[in-house]
Design a protein around this ligand. Structure first.
Ligand code: NAP
Ligand code: ZN
Length: 348
């Protein structure tokens, strides 16, 4: 048992600041990890500022964690001290419902435990990766290949799996025409992963300045979504769209870009609802509108191994822990290329 340094929001309108939190010694089935890097997800900001309601304070965000194992409980078989590992958005689930049996712990019927702000059975709640150390049950710890750069691999634990899971679930394959909406943390991983799967990628962005980057990341076409003519020009063309935007916006123009039987999957979760989509765009071409939550542990490991094999990382800007509040403000202005990663060595 020990107190470790962390960064926390004390209320919805307070800046994050240094604090100390308690971490317990690993139980028989748990792995203790010294955190080296943690990605900064827009969900961290939504939670720290209570955008979705239900945030408990103090709140220590962070669910794109990479570090080294420092100790393991006596029943742990997959990990040893010294090994590089990752932790994503979940740290526990019931392990016995049909969702957990199917490797879809994120849809656990009794509710998975989030890496931060997740309720614990004995009372209390979880603290995330903006800290020096974390203790996690073995089933929720991922292996990080030596082929991956540890800092640039951290965002794979949320941005990577959240985009990989729907691309795989809806069976995106070589030659498919895939749209990605928003070039942020999730969006840039979606472009890279869909391109690596052989899809032809169209990026929709509100930021004309990101067009060249989108092409470098793997998009073959860039559409400036504020430009009606450009939106009209892609009507009926795409098989699948992944929408990663973190703010309310009209969905109809994107639905109209889908072909017959096309699907748009929403992963962005703004604090306010999108304007309700018209039924016409759905009905006229039997289109679907769907949603998707992160991804299961098994598929997260598959994604990490795929990235190691294909040399896929996140494009990151490394920050010091005390730069987190400025990073949040920049994230709100879509000014991130394309994921902030905190170097936890700077937490002291
Ligand atoms: P991010 O890095 O801030 O990227 C969001 C992108 O959305 C921006 O870069 C911007 O791209 C676009 N955007 C922002 N404001 C916009 C506006 N007003 N109108 C149109 N486009 C706008 O955020 P992120 O970390 O990728 O997360 C995106 C969303 O996914 C968040 O709501 C987050 O909570 C959610 N999320 C969901 C899951 C899940 O499991 N479903 C998992 C993780 C995160 P352009 O500049 O290219 O327009
Ligand atoms: Zn996230």
């Amino acid at each position: 048992m020990s107190d470790v340094a962390a960064y926390a929001a004390q209320s919805a309108d307070a800046d994050l600041a240094k604090t100390h939190i308690h971490r317990h010694a690993p139980a028989a089935n748990e792995v203790a990890i010294d955190i080296e890097f943690c990605g900064v997800c827009h969900s961290d900001l939504h939670t720290a500022r209570d955008d979705w309601g239900g945030t408990k304070y103090p709140c220590v965000p962070g669910h794109e964690i990479v570090g080294r194992v420092v100790a393991v409980g006596e029943r742990v078989s997959k990990f040893q001290p010294g090994q590089r590992v990752g932790v994503g958005c979940m740290v526990d689930s019931c392990q016995s419902c049909s969702s957990c049996d199917a490797g879809l712990e994120q849809y656990c019927e009794t509710g998975m435990t989030g890496t931060y702000n997740g309720s614990l059975p004995g009372g209390g709640y979880t603290f995330g990766g903006y800290s020096k150390h974390i203790v996690v049950r073995e089933e929720f710890v991922l292996s990080i290949s030596d082929k991956l750069d540890p800092a640039a691999a951290a965002p794979l634990l949320c941005a990577g799996i959240t985009t990989w899971s729907p691309l795989r679930h809806w069976g995106v394959k070589a030659g498919d025409k895939v749209g990605v909406v928003g070039l942020g943390g999730l969006g840039h991983m979606a472009v890279k992963l869909a391109a690596a799967m052989g899809a032809e990628v169209t990026l929709f962005t509100t930021s004309p300045g990101k067009a060249e980057d989108a092409r470098t990341l793997g998009a073959s076409r860039v559409v400036i979504s504020k430009d009606r003519e450009q939106m009209k020009a892609v009507r009926g063309e795409l098989d699948f769209i992944l929408n990663t935007v973190a703010a309310p916006h009209k969905l109809d123009p994107y639905l109209m870009a889908l072909s017959l039987d096309g699907v748009m999957v929403m992963v962005g979760l703004p604090d306010e609802a999108h304007p309700a989509p018209g039924m016409g765009p759905l009905i006229m071409k039997r289109r679907s509108l769907a949603g998707s939550l992160i991804g299961g542990i098994r598929e997260t490991q598959e994604m990490l191994d795929f990235c190691a094999e294909h040399g896929i990382h996140s494009d990151i800007e490394m920050i010091r822990m005390d730069e987190i509040n400025t990073a949040y403000e920049r994230m709100l202005k879509s000014d991130v290329k394309y994921r902030f990663v905190i170097d936890l060595a700077t937490l002291g």
